[in-house]
Design a protein around this ligand. Structure first.
Ligand code: NAD
Ligand code: IPM
Ligand code: MG
Length: 371
């Protein structure tokens, strides 16, 4: 298969982790005889620095005219720490999601057996956890009208949802639940918010078309607690934009590191794949960022194009790295590998999964090659 992939590495650790995802996709292309063409575009703080615009027109055009977008991360403290900045890196990401119509963001959360004892949560709590979070991505409070009074003392952000916005992601979430453990939990704040009451009404109506799926509801404050107390109760979680943002970072604790959590953002025509983490500016250039979230985002890209064997080859290589403790400091405090070395190992394992010449015991930080 030939795929054109727009690469938007962005800021901070974005370029480092995205480079490992590309290395992995190159190994897949080589092994399975595909052609992946990568074209780079500017986004975020680096785009502001170079063009004054967090999403230059050329980048948007590149993304519209490609098969898929691979996104790194954006964000820079020089904008985050300046409340009066008028242009922000985050605006580039939000505009991109909106313009590409990426209304559903799918964030899988899983407890890897080999990492369970590294999680701050107890084994018996997280064992067996396998959740798919369906986060609405182009509506709600992120995109409602923003106001600041003239004297700068009153501010507001409107949280607005239409029936159609709720319907389209709800169908995707129910279909996903049908292929999984047939349970869907709507996370909302319907005891307080009118927008949440609309979510409940619409989701309840649509549930009649998916009678094999058990639907339940949780208020977001309780859901945040349940995520830590009893995460294996969840199968598919459906939720609005901001709640999904927050509970997915929280859920990453189950896996052992946010550096493991990938995502797919889909709409009617375009698709984008990105780690759920941010630009982790403190780690920029240090080689300590975990590249696995970016690499698993590449696996989600392949799944989107029905390249299931290829996606599995990535997942197997990632699981091998985790099993052998060939990981970055977030998961391995005693003998960590660099971002690049983890990427090297994963790509190498894809190329030579059965190669008995790979001596896994001899992989050390500081070597330029794996063997
Ligand atoms: N999709 C995105 O591009 C995205 C997502 C979240 C935050 N951001 C932006 O990123 C910047 C930093 O935000 P933040 O510090 O709140 O969130 P962050 O996700 O960048 O980092 C939070 C913490 O998570 C851990 N972490 C994140 N990525 C990691 C990785 N790959 N490997 C190991 N550990 C990792 C680190 O401990 C880090 O301190 C901000 O500008 C924010 O707006 C961007
Ligand atoms: C950077 C920010 C706009 C973004 C979001 O809130 O959607 C991020 O936190 C994410 O999870 O992708
Ligand atoms: Mg987030």
């Amino acid at each position: 298969m030939k795929l054109d992939i727009a690469v938007l590495s962005g800021d901070g650790i974005g370029p480092e982790v995205t480079a490992q995802a590309i290395k992995t996709l190159d190994a897949i292309a080589h092994t399975f005889n595909h052609s992946f063409i990568f074209k780079e575009g500017l986004v975020g703080a680096i785009a502001i620095d170079q063009t004054g615009n967090p999403l230059p027109d050329e980048t948007l055009e590149l993304c519209v005219n490609t098969d898929a977008v691979l996104f790194g991360a954006i964000g820079d403290p020089k904008y985050d720490n300046n409340p009066s900045a008028t242009v922000r890196p985050e605006q580039g990401l939000l505009k991109l999601r909106k313009e590409l119509g990426l209304y559903a963001n799918i964030r899988p959360v899983k407890a890897y057996e080999t990492l369970i004892d590294k999680s701050p949560l107890k084994r018996e709590i997280i064992e067996g956890t396998d959740i798919s979070i369906y986060r609405e991505l182009t509506g709600g409070i992120y995109f409602g009208e923003k106001k600041l009074s003239k004297d700068g003392t009153v501010a507001s952000d409107l949280c607005e949802y239409s029936k159609e916005e709720i319907e389209r992601i709800t169908h995707l979430a129910f279909k996903a639940a049908q292929k999984r453990r047939k349970k869907l939990t709507l996370v909302d704040k319907a005891n307080v918010l009118e927008s949440s009451r609309l979510w409940r009404k619409v989701v309840t109506e649509i549930a009649t078309q998916y009678s094999d799926v058990a639907l339940d509801f949780l208020f977001v404050d309780n859901a945040a607690m349940q995520m830590i107390l009893n995460p294996s109760q969840f199968d598919v979680i459906l939720t609005e934009n901001m709640f999904g943002d927050i509970i997915s970072d929280e859920a990453s604790v189950i896996g052992g590191s946010i550096g493991l959590l990938a995502s797919a953002s889909v709409g009617n025509t375009c698709c984008m794949f990105e780690p759920i983490h941010g630009s982790y500016p403190q780690a920029t250039g240090k080689g300590i960022a975990n590249p696995i979230a970016a690499i698993l985002s590449a696996a989600m890209l392949l799944e989107h194009f029905n390249l299931l064997g290829e996606a599995n080859a990535i997942r197997n290589a990632v699981e091998k790295a985790l099993e052998l403790n060939l990981t970055t400091p977030d998961l391995n405090s005693t003998n960590p590998l660099t971002t690049e070395k983890v990427g090297d190992f994963i790509a190498d394992y894809i190329l030579n999964p059965e190669d008995s010449n790979i001596n896994f015991e001899n992989i050390h930080v500081g070597q330029s090659t794996i063997i």
